[in-house]
Design a protein around this ligand. Structure first.
Ligand SMILES: Cc1cc2nc3c(=O)[nH]c(=O)nc-3n(C[C@H](O)[C@H](O)[C@H](O)COP(=O)(O)OP(=O)(O)OC[C@H]3O[C@@H](n4cnc5c(N)ncnc54)[C@H](O)[C@@H]3O)c2cc1C
Length: 433
């Protein structure tokens, strides 16, 4: 009989284990703690919250609120436990981190279908089913193995370099033009800055507040400099780098400086700021990048970052079920798939678990319903074309609907998503039982 082995008792691995158990399946849940701790894990309990204790907004008209609601429909133990150890934090779902990890660990310990194995997993076999949920700081022994034996020395990244992403409908298109460098293609939106605007942007960029680089991250950023570091090398550097205007003309004239925005998804509802990976604080990113005239009122779907972060090139490696295309006994879940944050990581754990339950019971695996947040995330990480960087939940990933008022539009999108997820769950239950 095939065993189901899960590597990593973090947010994703524990969700997957509890989900598989719910459908009567036995699993081995491996975690290297307390034998070995990553650079940030400190507590020997499972589902450890390593940084902020917030799981994001609770309102369904926000992306993280909708994702949590969808997870609740799928019986998420992370969301259920979070509500049981909630602390006051306005509209956000914040938790007592010690109690949260303790409660999650107790749920796993009390579950007779789950065998917790406390050791480092260094390799995978071909006979059993595996869920790799070893997180953004996966142990080197396993990443070495994956890189050499599974990925042919490609497809594994050790840090992210994320540029901010804005909603297309929030940019001021009168302050730039669609076009591509040296060609007639209309692939980029080019935000124009005149000399004064550039100078103001530059001065604010180099003096803006930055997030501190953690000691264990120091060596990771040599290859990919944050935009503010490029700027510090001299006032002209950006004009020969990310803000260069060469090959672009507007009204037969080359602009002084240009920030290019590139489509992030097929629908074109999201645009990323090309070359703008950054360590500026979130607050400062909003302030400084809004000095680019076309982005004055831009709404950010995602802010930029540079982190140590192990993630795979999911669009090349995984199918829609988070299963390796070329070794179908191996699934991935959690942040290593290129989703970002506690909730998105846990959500992929449930999805992988639900499909493995179908697979083991001899049923066809199921795609998620189109208009949900979780589907948007899974779709993005498994189909993104071109360079792949991690993504967190946002409304640009959900099927668009036509409605002018943003708040009402999001409420409607959330309503549709919830309805479809409920229906999907019912279909799932009728198939699996
Ligand atoms: C410094 C830092 C700060 C962060 N801050 C935030 C934040 O503020 N908000 C937010 O939403 N997200 C934050 N994140 C991201 C968040 O931690 C992840 O999204 C989430 O924990 C991912 O869940 P996971 O289950 O994929 O991995 P994890 O929760 O990291 O769990 C992975 C588990 O795998 C185990 N493991 C690793 N390798 C092996 C192996 N080879 N064998 C056995 N066990 C193994 C580890 O011990 C760990 O318990 C942060 C991440 C880092 C690194």
């Amino acid at each position: 009989m095939q065993k189901i082995n899960i590597i990593g008792g973090g947010l994703a691995g524990v969700e997957a284990a509890l989900c598989l158990s719910r459908y009567g399946l036995k699993v081995n849940l491996f975690d290297m703690k307390p034998e070995k701790f990553s650079e940030v894990h400190k507590n020997e309990n499972l589902s450890e919250i390593v940084c902020s204790n917030s799981f994001g907004n609770m309102s369904i008209s926000t992306s993280s609120g909708l994702l949590k609601k969808e997870m609740e429909i799928l019986d998420s133990e992370v969301v259920k436990t979070a509500y049981s150890v909630k602390v006051d934090a306005g509209g956000a779902l914040a938790v007592d981190r010690e109690k949260f990890s303790y409660e999650m660990t107790q749920k796993v310990k009390k579950d007779n279908n789950i065998n917790i194995v406390r050791r480092v997993v260094e390799k995978l076999d071909n006979e059993n089913i595996w869920i790799v949920a070893c997180g953004p700081l996966c142990d080197n022994s396993l990443t070495d193995y994956l890189q050499k034996e599974v990925f042919d020395n490609k497809f594994l990244n050790f840090f992210d370099a994320i540029a901010p992403i804005v909603y297309t409908d929030s940019i001021d298109t009168s302050k730039g033009f669609w076009g591509s460098r040296y060609s007639d293609d209309k692939d980029y939106f080019n935000c124009i800055l005149n000399e004064d605007e550039y100078n103001e942007f530059y001065e604010n960029l180099i003096s803006a507040e930055k997030v501190k680089v953690k000691e264990f991250e120091q060596n990771y950023f040599e290859a990919c400099l944050p935009i503010e570091e490029i700027a510090k090398r001299g006032k002209q550097t950006l004009l020969f780098g990310p803000l260069k205007p060469v090959g672009l003309e507007y009204n037969s004239k080359r602009p002084f400086a240009v920030v290019q925005l590139r489509k992030e998804n097929r629908e074109g509802s999201l645009l990323s700021l090309v070359g703008f990976q950054t360590k500026l604080t979130y607050k400062e990113q909003k302030r400084v990048f809004s000095l680019i005239p076309a982005l004055k009122n831009a709404e950010f779907a995602k802010l930029g970052s540079l982190h140590k972060n192990t993630f795979i090139d999911s669009p090349k490696l995984l199918n829609h079920f988070l299963q390796l295309k070329n070794r179908q006994n191996i699934f991935f879940a959690g942040q290593i798939t290129g989703v970002e944050g506690y909730m998105a990581s846990a959500a992929t754990g449930i999805f992988a678990g639900m499909n493995i339950a179908l697979l083991v019971k001899g049923k066809n695996m199921m795609n998620l319903p189109k208009n949900t947040m979780l589907n948007g995330l899974v779709e993005y990480i498994t189909t993104k074309e071109g360079e792949f960087q991690p993504m967190s939940e946002n409304f640009g990933l959900v099927e668009p609907i036509k409605m002018k008022n943003k708040k009402l539009r999001r409420e409607k999108q959330a309503e549709i998503a919830i309805e479809h997820m409920k229906k999907w769950r019912e279909d799932y239950e009728s198939i699996i039982t």
